[in-house]
Design a protein around this ligand. Structure first.
Ligand code: CDP
Ligand code: CDP
Length: 195
């Protein structure tokens, strides 16, 4: 069975949490595509060469989840040649046998416009920054500033900007707990699987 769940949205909206839960519930594979960009961002040197030569080791190195790595990811993600180098791997993953969940910024719009389910997971910047701050600590106002900066860069870039696909279902998690958000996503996937 070929079945793709595309989950897009801004930083700390809950994409990863929902993706992992959906993948587990339905036995699908999961790809956190943000990690590809984070790995390129922290590698240093020429980002295009880094994207073309990305290895499993690059994806497994520590420090990829930091705020700095997120900012570095968002900068290299605006380079069209970097994005182009990562497309094929993501498309193959999305259409691999057995079902796949991919979360990122352009999954439903660019990587897999034919996805069977498209979700756009979002929440207010304040709520998202608070969640990220609970994870990483530091100065909450600074975390909010970085979240806003990354949102603006991701939404404003010319190549594959962050936006909801026209046929995406929007899930706003501002006032939604994890369980409720996961249940909402799973119900949409289950309904589509039933046809
Ligand atoms: O993948 P993304 O950056 O969109 O977000 P995440 O890593 O899934 O979630 C960011 C943080 O928010 C995690 O600590 C989640 O546990 C938390 N979260 C939450 O409090 N309420 C939700 N409805 C979803 C996530
Ligand atoms: O978890 P969080 O939402 O904070 O970030 P992420 O999903 O790990 O993505 C890090 C950065 O990579 C984003 O801010 C985007 O600039 C970029 N990215 C992208 O351009 N396209 C994707 N499909 C995934 C991530």
């Amino acid at each position: 069975m070929i079945f793709t769940v595309a989950i897009d949205g801004p930083a700390a909206a809950g994409k990863g949490t929902i993706s992992r839960a959906v993948a587990e519930r339905f036995g699908f594979r999961h790809l956190d595509t943000g990690l590809l960009y984070r790995a390129v961002g922290v590698k240093g040197g020429d980002p295009v060469a880094a994207a073309r030569g990305l290895t499993a080791d690059d994806m497994n190195r520590p420090g990829l989840r930091t705020l700095e790595a997120g900012q570095a990811a968002s900068r290299v993600a605006a380079i069209p040649e970097v994005r182009a180098a990562l497309v094929e791997f993501q498309r193959r993953f999305a259409r691999s046998e057995g079902g796949a969940v991919l979360d990122g910024r352009d999954i439903g719009t660019v990587i897999c416009p034919e996805a069977e389910v498209k979700l756009y997971v979002t929440a207010s910047a304040q709520v998202r920054a608070h969640r990220r701050w609970l994870e990483v600590g530091g100065d909450e106002a600074q975390v909010l500033a970085e979240v806003r900066e990354r949102d603006a860069r991701d939404m404003g870039r010319a190549d594959a900007p962050l936006k909801a696909a026209e046929d995406a279902v929007v899930i706003d998690t501002s006032d939604l707990g994890i369980d409720a958000a996961v249940d909402a996503a799973c119900a949409i996937v289950a309904a589509r699987l039933r046809g």
